[in-house]
Design a protein around this ligand. Structure first.
Ligand code: CUA
Length: 333
């Protein structure tokens, strides 16, 4: 835990400029509710003890009207809920309105991985952002409802198929590079909307960098295939794009993986159902089959598998990345 980051009773350390306000309002509502809960139960118990029916107790008529009491119990709660509304609404507006100079990152949610695309065309499966700089996230989903949730930032927003949603944040502190020996650990990013079998594995890490480190990371991320052999580059692309979520490369064909294992498959035949066809046909796993399976996964679906593989557009997976992945799959025995 960071020394300078405050945390509340219920939440992780406050790592965005919104966090203190969100926690402040949450704590206010929570303790206010706790106060009234205890006060109401206490008075109720007191009244039960004092006024319950017992021998020799004479029944008294109910008071019909008490102006002072009625004004008190109307005015005080009205002020309290008015304050909660005003404070909550103004802070909510702040959270909905990113500044004009916000840095923009595209977020693509799919069953079951996250993909982040940066303005220079780089993309990653972990989120990297600069510190102390407004960052706007433009969210989309390739398939079903997901929810983009970063508890340390106190932001959560649905990813909805067929439309864009957005949210933004200013991160307060830098984090380490994913090493557990770092004092500044990366933050967790969760999917917070049940989206199918592997919803609970739809996770990512969030890294916050100094601006200069971020620029260097971004440059590297855009050119990650450079200086690698096609097999090495393909392995990196295969992992970065989330392929490993659904495809094993060890022959593991268990229910843990939604898709077929991909090692030892190159050049072999498989039985598939082509789109619109009623009977299966055999196809060979070659370059064009892999390319088609990535760009148009439902064109041919392996018999016994569900048509659930997400489409990878050229923006999400470039042609040279497909070529590298093909080289990698060829090399898998
Ligand atoms: Cu995606 Cu739950």
């Amino acid at each position: 835990m960071l020394a300078d980051a405050s945390s509340s009773l219920f939440f992780p350390p406050e790592q965005s400029t919104f966090a203190a306000d969100v926690d402040g309002l949450f704590d206010f509502i929570y303790y206010l509710s706790a106060f009234f809960f205890i006060a109401i139960i206490a008075v109720m118990i007191l009244f039960v003890l004092r006024y319950h029916r017992r021998k020799g107790h004479v029944e008294q008529p109910s008071a019909s009207h008490n102006e002072v009491l009625e004004i008190t119990w109307s005015v005080i709660p009205s002020i309290l809920v008015g304050f909660i509304f005003f404070y909550g609404f103004t802070k909510y507006l702040d959270m909905r309105e990113p500044p004009d100079n916000a840095y923009e990152i595209q977020v693509i949610a799919k069953q079951w991985s996250w993909q982040f695309i940066y303005p220079n065309g780089a993309d990653s499966d972990e989120l990297h952002i600069p510190v102390n700089q407004p960052v706007r996230f433009i969210l989309q989903s390739s398939d079903v409802l997901h929810s983009f949730y970063i508890p340390a930032f106190r932001i959560k927003m649905d990813c909805v198929p067929q439309r864009y949603t957005n949210t933004w944040v200013i991160a307060k502190d830098i984090t380490g590079e994913g090493k557990d020996n770092s004092e500044h650990k990366p933050y967790d990013l969760f999917c917070a909307e049940y989206c199918g079998k592997d919803h609970s594995r739809m996770l990512a890490k969030v890294y916050v960098h100094e601006q200069s480190d971020f620029d260097a990371w971004l440059e590297d991320a855009a050119n990650y295939l450079e200086g690698k052999t096609p097999e090495e580059g393909g392995k990196l692309a295969f992992e970065k794009k989330g392929c490993t979520q659904c495809h094993s490369v060890t022959g593991d064909n268990s229910a843990k993986y939604a898709g077929p294992p991909l090692n030892g498959q190159w050049g072999t035949e498989r039985s598939v159902i082509a789109r619109g066809a009623s009977s299966p046909e055999n196809v060979v796993m070659d370059e064009n089959y892999i390319r088609e399976s990535v760009r148009e996964p439902n064109a041919k679906v392996v018999v016994g598998r569900k048509p659930i593989m997400p489409v990878f557009t050229p923006q999400q997976l470039k042609d040279n990345e497909i070529t590298a992945i093909i080289a990698y799959l060829k090399s898998l025995k």
